[in-house]
Design a protein around this ligand. Structure first.
Ligand code: HEM
Ligand code: HEM
Length: 227
């Protein structure tokens, strides 16, 4: 079997930039003093990454599309029953279970980033939407921001453990393909990373974030925060 391109460049870039951002979000919130401004900027960037990945799920190359990797319950249950079989079919793209884990991770990061827009550091910095809503909503957002990250961490640990499990138990090494994009597989590879589409999607994502952070928040709030 020959090596074929499976993960396009934008999906790989998205993946490693997301890892970088989330580590940065953790460090700027928990480990560093006075890094809140960076936490905000990184948060906007992370939001942009997620918007990009959602667009890319519709217009990206084959294996990056939601339609390709979101399987129905039957396929997921069928896959689960082969989970501990050492010689189970190696999917070129995400497997039926992993596909849904991708959706869970993207959703959790989205909730984390959006709830962040309503947060305050209680000193200098208010998120851009802080003064736009009632206290009850702020409480909900703050609850989400302080707790969803822990759920996300648990899923990330599972994600990395799963990659290790596939490598050791099933002898399927998935991680290198997230770096160079290629896998040895009988399934068909992709022919292009669709870079022009990716650039357009990235510009749209940046526009959406700019709108959400800079233009849409209500005027009245503007003197009260910096960002
Ligand atoms: C903060 C940590 C991490 C997060 C949030 C994360 C998130 C994700 C997401 C969202 C995807 C889906 C990619 C897509 O289709 O767009 C994915 C896939 C993948 N990730 Fe990670 N990841 C993390 C760390 C890692 C690490 C450290 C490795 C390497 C050991 C890794 C290896 C992979 C691989 C191999 C896939 C593709 C899985 C497959 O073959 O179906 N990830 N990850
Ligand atoms: C995906 C993106 C984000 C991640 C992963 C993230 C993660 C975190 C984490 C782990 C904490 C610490 C929570 C705790 O102490 O229990 C935190 C606190 C905070 N985050 Fe985020 N955050 C993100 C986006 C944002 C955004 C976009 C904003 C604002 C625009 C924001 C504003 C804040 C503030 C103000 C705090 C409270 C800091 C304090 O306690 O003084 N975050 N964030």
């Amino acid at each position: 079997m020959e090596q074929k391109l499976i993960w396009d460049i934008p999906t790989r870039l998205f993946h490693w930039l997301l890892v970088f951002s989330l580590v940065g979000q953790y460090v700027t919130a928990e480990l560093m003093d006075n890094a809140m401004q960076w936490h905000f900027y990184l948060g906007y960037f992370t939001l942009g990454l997620i918007v990009f990945r959602i667009i890319w799920g519709f217009v990206g190359s084959d294996y990056a599309r939601f339609g390709q990797f979101l399987y129905g319950p039957k396929a997921v249950v069928g896959y689960l029953s082969t989970l501990f079989a050492r010689n189970s079919h190696a999917h070129a793209g995400h497997n039926p279970l992993g596909g849904w884990v991708v959706v869970v991770m993207i959703t959790l990061v989205m909730i984390q980033a959006v709830s962040g827009l309503f947060m305050t550091d209680d000193v200098f910095l208010d998120g851009p939407w802080r003064s736009a809503v009632e206290d009850a909503t702020l409480d909900t957002m703050s609850f989400l921001h302080n707790n969803v990250f822990n759920v996300l961490l648990a899923v990330i640990v599972l994600h990395i453990a799963a990659i290790g499990f596939y490598a050791v138990y099933k002898k399927q090494r998935l991680a290198p393909a997230m770096v160079h994009g290629k896998k040895t597989t009988a399934e068909k590879g992709i022919t292009s990373s669709r870079l022009l589409a990716a650039i357009i999607a990235a510009l749209i994502s940046a526009g959406v974030v700019y709108y959400v952070v800079e233009i849409a928040p209500p005027e009245a709030a503007e003197e009260e925060f910096y960002y």
